[in-house]
Design a protein around this ligand. Structure first.
Ligand code: SF4
Length: 718
């Protein structure tokens, strides 16, 4: 066998793609003795072009590290975990679920779907197939703890069916509450600042794109921007109302698009008329000239979008802030028009025809399953994860007693950490599918050890909205998994079979006596696509699909009459509340914001030895703030909110605005012999500032107090 240049002869080099985040970077893996010895970016990959990030390059540690589970585990009466055969675990879990359902009904069973399961093509559909068969309504996911505001916006405003303008030919782009240079995520579905983010943004700017970044911190992305607005944390909604004020007052909006597709422009104008740049300065701390400049730069376009990550969705007034960003795009007409080339990125999926028409607001959440917790209703079939702990702890006939967790770590991700841990500990049955003994797994009755990404076959169907062009990739398994692990999807299929539930997958009922292989299932999920699955498997660096040359069509026969609603009454009430709220109190004068780091995605990677430099979660403040507090860089401090207190160390960081504290989210462990920092969710409650529709708590821009660690504090056990 010939050896590619740069490959040691004792290595086998394999091509695959990384599945730790939506970027799906192409990689080359040097395999030695069945283990990943080195991860390189795949320069022949047409989308990521050789880029990888630190966590992707440490995939060997994630697959082979000392904390990797190589067999499923069962918790014994004394709380220890011991190995258990997968089949025995599934049989016992199925029996316990049957008993719970027989006694309490199907709604006593819940499923929590974490971010990591989204990067495996087969797991979400199979997990949902099992869940449908239970008859339960208690479906939760990480989406409702960081981005459900985007769902609320679509349901209150409506949706335009022609598609959105794209970064590739944009003149201006506004990024709010996201730092794609670190996270890759430049906004849901814009598909262009996800892969190789720093290079992508630099190239776009080099061809003339003007970049506006809204972030209280001078983030790595903000450092690339033509204009950086740094509002006080939690005031984004007011800033966007002010930008809309300027655009409408100066007549810079797209009159033709608004006339055709928006029904209440005067109501919007009336709502934002008082939000002048001067008021924005008072509330947000942004100079009036900067608000005007942002409004004019964005409205000038003529092409480009405003997109958001999780920052706005996790902050105060999150539904309002996301709504106003969406309104900004509508007012400036940043959508594809009739006759323009349609967005044709669906390759393994099938997309509907693009039409130049709007679908009005559905407010379907008003008709969803109603939880007894605050009367909150399901949105898009999911209950908000912010009420999961209450669903478990609060007495009631349908109290959740059994929870299956797939690819997530609610113990680390959910707010009100003490209450979340108490809830998880109180369950009759907690099952966690996780390759590591995460905080959630450590509490579980059963931990199902799954394959890691390079041990399973996969394709990119779920990731298509994040690619900048029509692209798909398949990878076979490139590592042999440990004998004791199974693929995540197989757990759900076997659980359904053991429970006597038929499994409908990709439109057909699967035969439990002859379960399909992963390749067969992947082929099924791609059969409605526009490339042959066999062709995909023959393209190791992925497959660029040809453009369809379809265009945005005219409105349908009855479609021309629907309009987007820009300022419904409840949104206007939320704006009034945001304008009258006191930003900080004397007791908690600082605002804690949470951030992402390159070395980890949520809690995945935070506990891998050596992956996160220093392995801790310090609290960053501006050096002048530290000096004013009399706290030295590196000194032990407490961070206290109305909901809790944590101890950490201070770190000087000039990228922060004065008055702001910044820490990494989803960090830290409850112990289990692996102490590696603190979790900010001890500071985050589920009562104050919670959004009415989706029960989204305030997870960033949290009011806190900062104090030097006293000798008394040191005596308190964490
Ligand atoms: S950005 Fe990093 S984690 Fe995400 S796919 Fe690429 S290498 Fe993997």
């Amino acid at each position: 066998m010939s050896t590619p240049e740069g490959v040691r002869p004792d290595f086998v080099r394999r091509t695959s793609y990384c599945r730790l985040c939506a970027s799906s970077c192409g990689v080359l893996l040097d395999i030695e003795d069945g283990r990943i010895a080195r991860v390189l970016g795949d320069a022949a990959h047409p989308i990521s072009r050789g880029y990888t990030c630190p966590k992707g390059r440490r995939a060997g540690d994630l697959a082979h590290g000392p904390d990797r589970l190589t067999t499923s585990m069962r918790r014994t009466a004394d709380g220890a975990h011991v190995p258990v055969a997968f089949g025995a675990a599934v049989d016992d879990i199925a029996a316990r679920l049957r008993a719970i359902v027989a006694r309490y009904g199907p709604d006593a069973v819940a499923l929590f779907m974490g971010t990591q399961q989204n990067f495996a093509a087969l797991t979400p559909p199979m997990a949902r197939a099992w869940f449908r068969g239970t008859g339960s309504h208690k479906l939760f996911s990480t989406m409702t703890i960081d981005q459900s505001a985007k769902w609320v916006v679509a349901e209150r405003m409506g949706t335009y069916l022609g598609g959105r303008q794209r970064l590739a030919d944009a003149d201006v782009w506004l990024l709010a509450g996201t730092n794609p240079v670190v996270s890759g995520n430049g906004g849901d579905g814009d598909g262009a600042v996800v892969q190789n983010p720093s290079v992508t943004l630099r190239e776009a700017r080099a061809r003339g794109l003007r970049l506006i970044v809204v972030d209280p911190r001078r983030s790595e992305t903000a450092a690339l921007a033509d204009l950086h607005l740094a509002p006080k944390p939690g005031t984004d909604a007011v800033l966007f109302a002010g930008i809309l004020n300027v655009i409408l007052a100066e007549g810079r909006h797209d009159r033709e698009f608004c006339a055709r597709h928006a029904e209440d422009l005067p109501a919007l104008a009336a709502a934002v008329i008082e939000v002048t740049p001067t008021l924005v300065q008072r509330i947000c701390g942004v100079h009036p000239d900067q608000t005007r400049l942002a409004a004019r730069m964005f409205a000038h376009g003529p092409r480009g979008m405003a997109t958001t990550g999780t920052g706005l969705c996790m902050g105060p007034h999150s539904n309002l802030a996301e709504h106003l960003v969406a309104v900004l795009n509508v007012v400036c007409g940043r959508y594809l028009r009739e006759g323009e080339p349609a967005d044709d990125r669906a390759v393994l999926n099938r997309s509907g025809p693009a039409r130049a028409e709007a679908v009005g607001p559905s407010r379907a959440y008003e008709r969803g399953f109603r939880s007894r917790i605050g009367g909150i209703r399901a949105i898009r079939g999911e209950l908000p994860s912010g009420i999961l702990a209450d669903e478990i702890l609060e007495p009631g006939p349908d109290r959740v007693r059994a929870l299956i967790v797939s690819g997530g770590n609610p113990a680390a991700a959910l707010p009100d950490r003490d209450r979340t841990l108490r809830a998880l500990r109180s369950l009759d049955l907690l099952v966690c599918v996780d390759p590591r003994m995460s905080d959630t797994a450590a509490l579980a009755h059963y931990v199902i050890a799954p394959t890691t990404m390079y041990e399973r076959a996969d394709h990119t169907a779920i990731m298509e909205p994040f690619f900048p062009e029509p692209f798909a990739q398949y990878t076979p398994p490139v590592l042999t998994p440990p004998p004791g692990v199974v693929e995540d999807w197989r757990f759900f299929l076997d659980l359904a079979t053991a429970s006597g539930q038929p499994v409908k997958f990709a439109g057909r009922i699967l035969d439990p006596a002859a379960p399909p292989s992963a390749e067969q299932l992947l082929a099924m999920t791609a059969e409605r696509g526009r490339v042959r699955f066999d062709d995909l498997t023959e393209a190791p660096h992925g497959l660029r699909a040809r453009r369809l040359e379809s265009v945005v069509g005219p409105p349908g026969a009855d479609g021309g009459g629907h309009r987007l609603t820009l300022m419904p009454g409840d949104v206007r009430a939320e704006l009034r509340a945001a304008l009258t709220e006191r930003a900080v109190s004397g007791d908690f004068p600082w605002r804690l914001t949470v951030r992402r780091i390159r070395e980890a995605i949520n809690s995945t990677g935070t506990g891998v030895p050596g992956l996160v430099p220093g392995g801790a979660n310090p609290a960053a403040l501006h050096p002048d703030d530290l000096a004013a507090l009399g706290i030295a860089d590196g000194e032990a401090i407490t961070v206290r909110s109305v909901s809790g207190l944590l101890r950490t160390t201070a770190r000087a960081d000039r990228t922060l605005a004065r008055g702001t504290v910044s820490m990494t989210h989803c960090f830290g462990s409850i112990g289990q012999g692996r102490s590696f920092g603190v979790n900010v969710n001890v500071l985050i409650g589920t009562r104050d500032g919670t959004q009415a529709i989706n029960a989204m708590p305030t997870m960033t821009a949290v009011p806190v107090a900062i104090e030097r660690l006293t000798s008394q504090d040191r005596k308190v056990t964490p």
